[in-house]
Design a protein around this ligand. Structure first.
Ligand SMILES: [Zn+2]
Ligand SMILES: [Zn+2]
Length: 186
């Protein structure tokens, strides 16, 4: 089973199915949100599209990883299982207006321009993994995050910072009362 998408093969023999399992290093991903990532399983079916030299990819992506929570900073495990769709179109000639290309790309988010007619599935997998990693991962929607005073993880540790702030306020109130009392005495 090949793991390289070959547009020439599709032109000649029709739709192509490719699959592979790939390990990625955190250096390759280059995302602070990811503490660790396991092997990714990818499968894609590729067929010719309606436009000339256009190819449509329908794929599935599966991997497990540890993301760093953006609130409490603790790593937590995730299991990703999703589908993706990509539309490959030939990169427009350099003679065409750059502006035109940008507009097309902005309108159709799933469009990717190719120059080489062979696409390693591993490259496509890396791109798709990048797209699934959230900008601000959360271990839980209700994650309490870290105490801004002592840095304790509030999901786990009950620190006494908030209580002592309250104590300080009461202290200040007592002080004001004492002052008032003194004034009355005078
Ligand atoms: Zn968290
Ligand atoms: Zn605290």
């Amino acid at each position: 089973m090949s793991d390289i998408i070959r547009f020439d093969v599709i032109d000649e023999h029709g739709p192509q199915t490719v699959r592979g399992t790939y390990a990625f290093s955190s250096a390759e991903l280059d995302r602070d949100e990811v503490a660790d990532i396991g092997p990714a399983e990818v499968e894609a079916r590729v067929e010719a599209g309606d436009a000339p030299a256009e190819y449509l990819v329908d794929g599935t992506l599966k991997f497990t990883a540890d993301y760093n929570c953006s609130r409490c900073l603790e790593p937590y495990p995730i299991a990703q299982s999703s589908t993706f769709h990509v539309r490959f179109r030939p990169r427009p000639e350099a003679s065409q207006e750059d502006e035109e290309i940008e507009i097309t790309a902005a309108e159709e988010l799933d469009v990717e321009f190719y120059t080489a007619r062979e696409i390693p599935l591993r490259d496509l997998a890396l791109e798709q993994i990048q797209l699934t990693i959230p900008m601000k991962p959360l271990c839980d929607e209700s994650c309490l995050g870290l105490c801004t005073h002592c840095g304790a993880n509030k999901n786990r540790d009950k620190c006494s910072c908030e209580e002592s702030i309250v104590d300080d306020r009461w202290g200040a109130l007592h002080e004001i009362r004492n002052q008032l009392a003194k004034k009355r005495d005078v």
